[in-house]
Design a protein around this ligand. Structure first.
Ligand SMILES: C[S@@+](CC[C@H](N)C(=O)[O-])C[C@H]1O[C@@H](n2cnc3c(N)ncnc32)[C@H](O)[C@@H]1O
Length: 216
């Protein structure tokens, strides 16, 4: 049932997903899933891709990409968030793989996994094994000092891409925000990757409207 709802959202259907955590910082799942779905539609991600979603939070991006036919592993450093997300999606009938082997998970087809893991340890997955690494609604600190993407180049296949979405710095006036994100995106390039482009989404489609793409 939930799979059908998410498929319809991905095709611009209009459905409500209620907030499910008592975390006051939880953004409406409906807003997140719609925003991520619009971002994914603007990208070229063939189904059957192998994807790792960094900072998956409650898992919105990972679940959606899996429903669209991809093999996805969501990584989240904050265990409570991830536990709440997993409980929620399982109640909705989404199948999540358990007790898996990191070495093998990236090579299966159309499965969904979650790991409570710091993305700096992403090199525990096999080298050159995934098509895309995504990270939706990232904070600048993850790109900068936190080094959340420092080992991404190791797990990406030779033509693989890192896709990041961000709202940008909110106290910068809107007309300059995109330019600043692009300038920072070009300057703070994660190790082993090259800046490819930035896509600006219509603000009615995604509030994390700046999408930066790096290629290996
Ligand atoms: C702003 S939230 C975005 C959540 C989700 N991607 C979304 O689109 O709604 C960023 C998430 O990244 C997680 N995070 C930050 N640094 C991380 C790291 N090094 N490894 C894994 N997760 C991290 C945070 O705990 C938080 O849940």
């Amino acid at each position: 049932m939930m799979k059908e709802v998410l498929e319809k959202i991905a095709n611009n259907g209009n459905f409500k997903l209620e907030k499910f955590s008592d975390d006051i910082q939880q953004v409406s799942p409906e807003l997140r899933v719609h925003a991520i779905s619009n971002i994914v539609s603007a990208l070229d991600i063939p189904s059957d891709s192998s994807i790792i979603d960094i900072g998956t939070g409650y898992g919105y991006g990972a679940v959606l990409l899996n429903v669209l036919g991809n093999n996805v592993i969501g990584l989240e450093i904050f265990d409570k968030k991830l536990e709440n997300g997993i409980k929620y999606w399982e109640k909705q009938g989404i199948k999540i793989e358990k007790n898996y082997d990191l070495e093998k998970a990236v090579f299966t087809n159309n499965k969904l996994y979650f790991a409570n893991m710091d993305s700096r340890k992403i090199n525990h997955f096999p080298d050159s094994s995934v098509d895309f690494v995504t990270s939706f609604y990232l904070s600048a600190y993850m790109l900068g000092k936190n080094g959340a993407y420092q080992n991404v180049h190791k797990v990406l296949k030779p033509n693989g891409k890192l896709i990041l979405s961000t709202e940008g710095v909110l106290n910068v006036p809107e007309f300059a925000r995109g330019l600043l994100v692009k300038t920072l995106g070009k300057r703070i390039v994660p190790k082993g990757l090259k800046f490819e482009k930035m896509i600006t989404m219509d603000k009615n489609k995604a509030y994390d409207r700046y999408v930066i793409i790096y290629k290996k």
